[in-house]
Design a binder for this molecule. Structure first.
Ligand SMILES: C[S@@+](CC[C@H](N)C(=O)[O-])C[C@H]1O[C@@H](n2cnc3c(N)ncnc32)[C@H](O)[C@@H]1O
Length: 177
């Protein structure tokens, strides 16, 4: 059984940012994909402003999908975009971003580890996400100062929020088409 990622500093930073972004958005008739929904904190935040039927919560973790279904969200169990066909106006991902720690158990690794170096899932996500973005769409990706940026920088995102924590800084990057 996999755990569901409990809302943490990264979740709260992205949730507050999303809340502010959606609050100020003129046209709220948009579609939103909450990639790696976990506890659904971001889908819940979005549902304050967007129609619930315009939100899709997706995760590779079955437990998270079951949890979100019970809350009445549309869900897709998917490894990144493998089972997702639609395009969206807005996509966010609080990505697992830490470099692999061989001592970490498999269950929690899926929630936190972005690959051997830490950037792999974010890079795959960015490559695939641009094919799922409507015109003038936006992507918000949360990563950390501990995530290598070389390949991520090639997607030319801009930093729109940042927060210093005890041993790292977390960043929200915005990408558009
Ligand atoms: C850091 S947690 C974020 C959870 C929640 N969105 C939040 O902000 O609290 C990362 C989430 O991504 C999911 N995840 C990891 N690898 C994934 C993949 N390849 N495709 C889809 N989701 C994935 C994990 O199961 C986990 O729920």
């Amino acid at each position: 059984m996999n755990l569901i990622y409990p809302p943490s500093d990264d979740s709260y930073l992205l949730s507050e940012f999303l809340e502010n972004y959606l609050k100020n958005l003129k046209d709220k008739n948009i579609t939103y994909l909450d990639m790696g929904t976990g506890s659904g904190i971001l889908a819940e935040t979005a549902s304050k402003f967007l129609k619930k039927e315009n939100i899709i919560a997706s995760d590779i973790n079955k437990e998270a999908i079951n949890f979100l279904e019970k809350k009445g969200f549309k869900t897709v169990r998917s490894n990144l975009f493998s089972n997702i066909r639609e395009k969206f106006n807005l996509i966010s991902f609080n990505a697992p971003y830490l470099p692999e720690d061989l001592r970490e158990p498999k269950d929690s690794k899926i929630l936190t580890t972005g690959g051997k170096k830490g950037e792999e899932i974010s890079v795959k996500f960015l490559k695939q996400a641009k094919n799922h973005l409507k015109k003038k769409g936006k992507i918000f990706l949360l990563i950390s100062s501990l995530t290598p940026k070389g390949k991520i920088n090639s997607f030319k995102g801009k930093i729109v929020a940042r927060k210093k924590l005890f041993f790292e800084e977390i960043l929200i990057l915005e990408f558009s088409n």
